[in-house]
Design a protein around this ligand. Structure first.
Ligand code: DC
Length: 227
């Protein structure tokens, strides 16, 4: 079966996940959240006491990686949901503790190699809208369409803070802003697969655009209304 990949890369809290979900639904594709995979591994490390004072026991985590397998599971409404070893995770991957840990998880070469393989495998089963940092540059350099989303850090922190408040996740605005800035720094300066715009990706600054406007722009590009 031939499947299609649409890559949506960019900075944290630029609306990537909301837009990728909407786009997947619009096109009849599956939404694939690659950040979830890094977060699930961070969650595993915490649960198995592989993190001591913010430092990950990389050697032990590497040993565990072959046992961490991702697959598609059918949700209640027949939608595909991503599972790690048959468990589908939710808000427990969005805590400040995991958000602070995950950029470090994402710098571990063995984790990236393991997830790269899993990401390519999962997309053999279904066409996907893949949300991440290195999809257009490393995972699928030949993706059918590539987008790179950006926005001012304060605006991204405001969006994330409002989202966390709505979900009842405790955090202060200052903490959220600091986390956004630190994650930008770690994501774009790591040696392997750093956050970067692919040369042929379309860059969209969402600072002054609402979700509807960005969605429209993405559809216009994909459906050939903008060249
Ligand atoms: O999109 P997110 O905030 O859930 O991503 C969590 C972390 O994982 C973030 O710090 C960057 C990293 N990540 C990555 O390095 N490569 C990806 N393809 C997706 C996420």
């Amino acid at each position: 079966m031939t499947t299609t990949v649409i890559a949506i890369d960019g900075y944290a809290s630029t609306g990537k996940s909301t837009l990728s979900k909407q786009l997947a639904q619009h096109l009849g594709y599956t939404y694939m959240d690659t950040g979830y995979m890094f977060r699930a591994i961070g969650h595993f490390a915490l649960q198995h006491n592989l993190v001591d004072k913010g430092v990950i026991d990389v050697a032990e985590l590497e040993k565990a990686l072959p046992g961490l397998q991702f697959s598609w599971k059918e949700g209640k409404e027949g939608q595909r949901q991503m599972a790690m070893n048959d468990s589908v995770y939710g808000e427990e991957l969005r805590t400040s503790e995991i958000s602070n840990l995950v950029s470090m998880v994402a710098t571990i070469p063995a984790v990236r190699t393991h997830l790269l393989r899993q990401q390519r495998n999962l997309s053999k089963a279904t066409s996907v809208v893949m949300d991440g940092r290195d999809i257009g540059t490393v995972v699928f350099p030949n993706a059918a369409h590539k987008f790179f989303l950006n926005a001012e850090p304060e605006i991204r922190a405001k969006r994330r803070y409002a989202e966390m408040q709505a979900k009842g996740i405790p955090a202060s605005f200052e903490e959220v802003l600091a986390n956004v800035i630190e994650r930008d720094r770690m994501d774009s300066t790591r040696t392997i697969a750093p956050l970067a715009k692919a040369e042929d990706a379309i860059e969209i600054d969402t600072s002054t655009m609402d979700v509807k406007a960005v969605f429209q722009l993405l559809c216009d590009h994909i459906e050939g209304r903008v060249l």
